[in-house]
Ligand binder design. Structure first.
Ligand SMILES: [Zn+2]
Length: 345
């Protein structure tokens, strides 16, 4: 129950109940009515016990002032939760029992939910395109005998950048590929690019702009990003030690090379920038800018299913080349051949 201090029921609120899908996991229905002079009451009928979280958000991007009511299930259901649990429960096998295992590829569709990502001139939303390409890529990876893929999100919902990194680490991913289709202020900017994490300044003006936008995603979603900078710095110390960036660059090069056969390349080499989603210090991670949604021609292609497929196949070929050169270490995470993944949110 939520009481708002207003006299009129705003049209947006009156229509809210119609937006609750019958199969919504949490909400049965929603009633909005004037309760007494000066108070409009919203009543949510719930399917199970939840933990509510109410907070106000300052205007950012296309959004004005927002009051957000988040409903968290008491028991969180997560696409990777089951696997994470298995990973933590299962003891490492003794050295003589170690067998080759599947390479775990975590695919991260950029943005989602409250955070639409970049918007094309024809209205395409980056968060939708990244999810389409990511799902195609997952199906392709799962079709390979030596790999399996996991998505950080499998629907249109918000996921903080830190949570994406944590998921990849929790399943002891062999690599993480974050999929994007970003925008730049000049509509003629085009081409695919691949990024690895930088321990220095971003390698180009574009890289800096994109990193800034990426890291602002968390602000759009309303998640407080406290100490992001110090976290990045702290992580970078470890990165230097483990050489993860070096592996990320190798992976990036393989993927970039293949992307060059389906799109022109924005830059001929892997760029480096401080993307928060690439900071898993022990998981080689790359961010693929498939194309620029801000370029009208590329926006059209990004919506084309056969082109999405081409992009996914190019990324797959790059991943395959990398995994062939750097097979997963045997002491890796879970040795299930067919992961029982309940891909439900
Ligand atoms: Zn993006």
């Amino acid at each position: 129950m939520l009481d708002l201090e207003t006299n009129e029921v705003p049209a947006e609120l009156a229509e809210l109940n119609a937006k609750v899908a019958p199969d919504d996991p949490h909400i049965q229905g929603l009633r909005v009515a004037r309760n007494r002079p000066g108070v409009v009451r919203i009543v949510l009928d719930l399917k199970a016990e939840v933990r509510p979280l109410v907070f106000a958000l300052q205007p950012i991007a296309d959004y004005g002032h927002r009051l957000v009511l988040d409903i968290h299930p008491l028991v969180a259901v997560d696409p990777l939760a089951e696997l994470i649990e298995q990973t933590q429960r299962r003891p490492a096998p003794p050295p003589d029992k170690r067998v080759a295992r599947l390479a775990t590829i975590v695919i991260d569709p950029g943005h989602g939910g409250e955070d639409p990502g970049a918007i094309g001139r024809r209205g395409s939303r980056e968060k939708d395109i990244t999810l389409h390409i990511a799902k195609r890529l997952k199906a392709l990876v799962d079709g390979e005998s030596n790999m399996r893929a996991l998505l950080t999100r499998d629907g249109d919902y918000f996921l903080a950048l830190g949570a994406r990194v944590e998921k990849a680490r929790a399943v002891k991913a062999d690599l993480l590929v974050s999929i994007h289709a970003d925008a730049f202020k000049r509509p003629n900017v085009r081409g695919s690019s691949v990024f690895a994490l930088s321990d220095k300044r971003a390698s180009s003006e574009l890289a800096r702009a994109l990193a800034k936008e990426q890291n602002e995603s968390d602000l759009i979603g309303g998640v407080p990003v406290k100490g992001m900078d110090s976290h990045v710095k702290l992580t970078l110390r470890d990165l230097t030690q483990t050489g993860t960036i070096d592996y990320s660059l190798r992976l990036g090069n393989s993927v970039l090379k293949r992307l060059g056969s389906v799109n022109e390349l924005h830059k001929p080499t892997v760029e480096q920038a401080s993307f928060a989603v690439l900071t898993a210090y022990d998981v080689p991670s790359i961010l693929v800018e498939t194309a620029f949604i801000s370029n009208p021609q590329e926006e059209r292609r990004l919506n084309d299913e056969s082109y999405q497929d081409k992009l996914a196949r190019a990324i797959l070929e790059g991943i395959k080349e990398y995994v062939a050169k750097h097979p997963p270490r045997p002491q890796g995470p879970v040795t299930v051949s067919n992961p029982p993944l309940a891909l439900r949110r």
